[in-house]
Design a protein around this ligand. Structure first.
Ligand code: SF4
Ligand code: SF4
Length: 321
């Protein structure tokens, strides 16, 4: 049985495609966007989360850790973990009665995912919804994703894949026929800047979108609007011109940045790259939308969007200290 690693399954989602959906969040992403709202998705391996606010300072985790990876921190009654030493044995998670420690990411089979997905079929049917595979980057686990797509197809469940587009064309081409809708992120048109703020260049991403569009795949392009990163007129105009050059799109959505993920970074022991960045206001969103409209591209605007995949969609917060 094909299996993969996910970190959440969210039911009754209304921000990840049409209708009421179940969103399956895959672990692992080749990008590391500065604004990512699901930092626990970056590693393909389970990530240790420490919720300092829940920690009672009992010291049980220090005593049980076989790697001596846990020590008292500078804040009284709180601990710190040396993630380099951690072997993910889970002993500290099991012993922590306060629920301050957990791992995001777990292995599941296709059948286990489908058992949860299938239960919601009446909601999909009533609302025109279905299943969205998100992450992380679902295309990083191509066999697992392909098996899930086939299983959904067999049950006539609508499928969407929320992707950064950073995958080989071979991978995308192989599963294209089983994807009803791609939710395709477009972050920055300048490859050097794209590389700076996401960790990868954009040529492959743009090329895959061109190919998908040329082949008639349904693509809803989603642009996370991040103040100071990609909201300048030059980048938005270049994005609009690129989208206008494509043969056909299912739509374009501008998703306003929100800053709700900072606590997750803290719980993962990481720095948040945009601590001072504030969400754009309605006027800024409208001005950005007008740039697209000026060359005939209609855009939908969303604020504080649920999805922070590579931009907006947020899995159920595992880490709110
Ligand atoms: S993380 Fe849990 S086990 Fe460790 S000191 Fe805090 S409450 Fe105790
Ligand atoms: S998972 Fe195991 S190795 Fe890692 S910090 Fe916890 S007890 Fe130590």
């Amino acid at each position: 049985m094909q299996h993969g690693t996910i970190f959440d399954i969210k039911k009754y989602s209304i921000h990840d495609g049409p209708g009421i959906r179940t969103t399956v969040f895959f672990s692992g992403c080749p990008l590391a966007c500065w604004w990512c709202h699901n930092p626990e998705s970056h590693s393909p391996k389970p990530e240790l989360i420490y919720r300092a606010a829940r920690c009672q300072g009992c010291g049980a985790c220090l005593a049980v850790c076989p790697q001596d990876a846990i020590a008292w921190g500078s804040e009284i009654g709180k601990v710190v973990t040396d993630r380099e030493k951690c072997t993910r044995c889970r002993a500290c998670v099991d012993i922590c009665y306060a629920g301050a420690r957990e791992f995001s990411g777990y292995s599941v089979t296709v059948d286990e995912v489908m058992a949860q997905v299938s239960r919601e079929i009446p909601f999909y049917d009533q609302s025109g919804g279905g299943v969205t595979f998100s992450g992380g980057e679902p295309l990083m686990q191509p066999r697992f994703l392909a098996a899930l797509l086939r299983a959904c197809r067999a049950q006539e469940i609508h499928t969407a894949v929320d992707t950064s587009g950073f995958a080989t064309w071979r991978v995308i081409e192989r599963m294209r026929g089983d994807v009803d809708l791609f939710l395709y992120d477009l972050k920055h048109m300048d490859s050097a800047r794209h590389c700076q703020v996401t960790g990868v260049p954009n040529e492959l991403i743009l090329d895959n979108l061109r190919r998908l569009s040329a082949k008639g795949a349904r693509c809803l392009v989603r642009i996370p609007l991040i103040p100071g990163i990609n909201d300048d007129a030059e980048n938005l105009s270049a994005s609009a011109r690129f989208l206008a050059s494509l043969p056909g799109l299912a739509g374009v959505e501008l998703m306003g940045y929100h800053d709700l993920a900072q606590a997750k970074y803290q719980a993962l022991g990481r720095e948040y790259a945009l601590p001072e960045t504030k969400p754009p206001g309605e006027a800024e969103m409208q001005a950005a939308a007008d740039i697209f409209k000026s060359i005939g591209i209609q855009v939908q605007i969303s604020f504080g969007g649920a999805h922070a995949h590579h931009g907006t969609s947020q899995a159920a917060a595992p880490a709110v200290p």
